[in-house]
Design a protein around this ligand. Structure first.
Ligand SMILES: Cc1cc2nc3c(=O)[nH]c(=O)nc-3n(C[C@H](O)[C@H](O)[C@H](O)COP(=O)(O)OP(=O)(O)OC[C@H]3O[C@@H](n4cnc5c(N)ncnc54)[C@H](O)[C@@H]3O)c2cc1C
Ligand SMILES: NC(=O)c1ccc[n+]([C@@H]2O[C@H](COP(=O)([O-])OP(=O)(O)OC[C@H]3O[C@@H](n4cnc5c(N)ncnc54)[C@H](O)[C@@H]3O)[C@@H](O)[C@H]2O)c1
Length: 465
C-alpha cells in the first residue's frame, strides 16, 4: 500500500492532519495510520469536549452570579444528559468539518486503521500489513499520565478522557495535579455542583505563570468553593464505603483526601510505548518524548516527528505548526525551515482566563538581556469594572533600550482572545511605543495592553507617544 504513498504518518490527530494537508498541497500522496478515533485527542477527548463543557459551566455560573447584579435569575441543577448531548454535538460537528470532510476533499490523503509499529527505519507494521516508506512522520501524540501508586487499580480513577464522558456530575472530586487540566476542569466541575479539592505536589498552581496572576486566581477559586492544597506527596489509594481515598504527606504530615471520584491530572505521557522506536533507531528523552532538532528531524534518517509526542508545548496549534515545518523539510531537504515557539501563545480556559506569549523577565535575564518588567493591575482597566471582576492583571516584559516586547502574561476575562495582539508584537519585534500609540477600542480588555505599555514607557523614562 505505501509504495503508492510519498509520506506515511503515524496518527490522525491535529498534528498528523496539518502535516498531511501540507504534503497534499505539495502534490504528495499521504497515508495516515490511526488506531482509534479520527482526529485524535483535541477533537475527541481534549480541546473541543472540555471547552464545550467549560463554556456551559460558565453560563450556568453566570446565571447564579447574576443575582449579585440584580438580575434575579435562578438556576436549577444541571441536566447532565443535555449537557453531554451538547458536548457530543460539538465534537461530532468539528470532527466532521475539520477532519472527515478534509479527507473527502483530498483524495491524496488516505487513512489506514490499526496500530502502527516500526520494524525498522523503513518499515511500519499495521496488522498483517508492512508499510515500506522512505519518509515517516511520527505524530502519535500522548495520553494522560497515570500515577502507579499502591491501590490505584482499586479506585476506578478518572483521567481527563473519562471525566469528560461521565453520565452525571460527581458529588465530590479530588483532582491530583494543579496544572492546566486540574484548573480548567476543577472549576468546571465545581460550577456544576461538585465539591472540588485540587492537590498539587508543587507550591502553587500553573508554575509557568507569575505569582501575581496565580495568587488572585487562587483567591477567586477559593471563593467559588475550590480547595487547593499544595506540597502534597501522594502515597497510596484505597476505597472506603462509596468513597475513593488518597493517603498523602502534606509538608511531611500524613493527611487523607476522600471523594466520590479521584481524578489524575498530572501531565501527558508520550504514546511512544510499543511503537518500535528502538527498531527504528529513534531516540527519546528521559520522559519518553521523541527527541527532534529544530527542523523536526528525529535521530533516524527519513523519520520526522511532531506534536505532543515530541514534548512541550503540548497544545494543538503548536503540533500543527511543527508538522508543517517537518513536511516542508522532508519534501524539500533544502528548505531548512525551523520551529520557534517563542511566538506561540497559549491560554488556560479558566474564568477569568490565563494567557501568555514570549518570555518572562527571568528567562530574558538568563539570556543576558536587560529588561523592564511592568505589572498592570486589572483594576486600572475600565472594562474589568464593566464585567465586574477586577482581580487579575497584565505583566509585560520589554527589552531595555530597544523597548521591544519580549513577553506578556495575563489573567483577565477573554485573555485567550486578547493575547494575539501581544503575540503579533513579540513575533514582529514591535515596541512598547507601538502598543502605546495604537488606538484601542474602549472599553476593552485589550486596552489594558496599551495601558501596560504606557506604564512600561514611564518606568523606562521614555517619552510617551
Ligand atoms: C483535556 C484536554 C484539553 C485540552 N485542551 C486544549 C486546548 O484547549 N487547546 C489546545 O491547544 N490544546 C489542548 N489540549 C492539548 C491538545 O489536545 C494536544 O496538544 C493535541 O491534541 C496533540 O495533537 P497530536 O496530533 O500531536 O496528538 P493526538 O491528538 O493525541 O493524536 C495522536 C493520534 O495518534 C494515534 N496513535 C497513537 N499511537 C498510535 C499507533 N501506534 N498507531 C496508530 N495510531 C496511533 C492516537 O489514537 C491519536 O489519534 C488539551 C488536551 C487535553 C487532554
Ligand atoms: N488550554 C490548553 O491549551 C490546555 C488545556 C488542557 C490541557 N492542555 C495540555 O495538556 C497537558 C496536560 O495537562 P495537565 O494539567 O495534566 O499537565 P500540567 O503539566 O499542566 O500539570 C500537571 C501538574 O501535576 C503536578 N503533579 C505531577 N505529579 C504529581 C503528583 N504525583 N502529585 C501531585 N501533583 C503532581 C505537576 O506539578 C503539575 O503542576 C498540558 O501540558 C497542556 O499543555 C492544554
Amino acid at each position: 500500500m505505501s509504495a503508492l504513498h510519498d509520506l506515511v504518518i503515524l496518527g490522525s490527530g491535529t498534528t498528523a492532519f496539518a502535516g498531511a494537508l501540507r504534503a497534499a498541497e505539495e502534490g504528495a500522496r499521504v497515508l495516515m495510520v490511526e488506531q482509534s478515533r479520527l482526529g485524535g485527542t483535541c477533537v475527541n477527548w481534549g480541546c473541543i469536549p472540555s471547552k464545550t463543557l467549560i463554556d456551559k459551566a460558565r453560563g450556568y455560573y453566570e446565571a447564579r452570579r447574576g443575582e449579585r447584579f440584580g438580575m434575579n435569575l435562578t438556576a436549577g441543577p444541571p441536566d447532565c444528559q443535555r449537557l453531554m448531548a451538547a458536548k457530543t454535538e460539538a465534537v461530532e460537528t468539528v470532527r466532521y468539518d475539520r477532519y472527515q470532510k478534509v479527507l473527502e476533499a483530498h483524495p491524496g490523503i488516505e487513512v489506514l486503521r490499526g496500530h502502527g509499529r516500526f520494524l525498522s527505519p523503513r518499515e511500519l507494521q499495521v496488522g498483517a500489513e508492512v508499510l515500506v516508506s522512505e519518509r515517516f512522520l511520527i505524530a502519535c501524540g500522548g495520553v494522560p499520565r497515570l500515577l502507579h501508586l499502591p491501590g490505584a487499580a482499586d479506585i476506578d480513577y478518572l483521567t481527563s478522557y473519562s471525566a469528560l464522558h461521565l453520565p452525571c456530575i460527581p458529588r465530590s472530586l479530588v483532582i491530583i495535579g494543579g496544572g492546566v487540566i486540574a484548573l480548567e476542569m476543577g472549576q468546571m466541575f465545581c460550577r456544576f455542583g461538585a465539591a472540588v479539592t485540587i492537590v498539587e505536589r508543587g507550591e502553587r498552581p500553573l508554575k509557568d505563570f507569575d505569582r501575581r496572576l496565580t495568587d488572585p486566581f487562587e483567591a477567586m477559586a477559593a471563593e467559588e468553593g475550590i480547595e487547593m492544597v499544595f506540597g502534597v506527596e501522594a502515597q497510596r489509594f484505597y476505597r472506603r464505603g462509596n468513597e475513593s481515598c488518597l493517603q498523602a504527606l502534606v509538608g511531611g504530615v500524613e493527611r487523607e483526601f476522600h471523594a466520590e471520584r479521584i481524578m489524575f491530572a498530572v501531565g501527558t505521557a508520550p504514546a511512544t510505548e510499543d511503537i518500535g522506536l528502538a527498531e527504528a533507531g529513534v531516540e527519546v528523552d528521559h520522559a519518553g518524548f521523541i527527541r527532534v532538532d529544530e527542523e523536526m528531524r528525529t535521530s533516524a534518517a527519513g523519520i520526522w516527528a511532531a506534536g505532543d509526542v515530541t514534548g512541550p508545548p503540548l497544545i494543538a496549534p503548536a503540533g500543527a505548526r511543527e508538522a508543517e515545518v517537518a513536511v516542508d523539510n522532508l519534501l524539500n531537504p533544502q528548505a531548512h525551515r525551523r520551529i520557534d515557539h517563542r511566538c506561540t501563545p497559549m491560554a488556560v480556559f479558566t474564568d477569568p482566563e490565563f494567557a501568555s506569549v514570549g518570555i518572562d523577565a527571568q528567562q530574558a535575564t538568563h539570556e543576558g538581556k536587560e529588561v523592564v518588567e511592568t505589572f498592570l493591575d486589572l483594576h486600572k482597566v475600565a472594562k474589568a469594572h464593566v464585567i465586574g471582576e477586577c482581580r487579575g492583571g497584565i505583566l509585560l516584559c520589554a527589552e531595555k533600550g530597544s523597548g521591544r516586547v519580549l513577553g506578556v502574561q495575563m489573567l483577565a476575562s477573554r485573555a485567550a482572545d486578547v493575547i494575539h495582539e501581544a503575540a503579533l508584537a513579540v513575533r514582529f519585534g514591535l515596541t512598547v511605543e507601538d502598543l502605546a500609540e495604537t488606538i484601542h477600542v474602549y472599553p476593552t480588555i485589550s486596552d489594558g495592553l496599551r495601558l501596560v505599555a504606557l506604564e512600561n514607557l514611564r518606568q523606562q523614562g521614555r517619552r510617551q507617544p
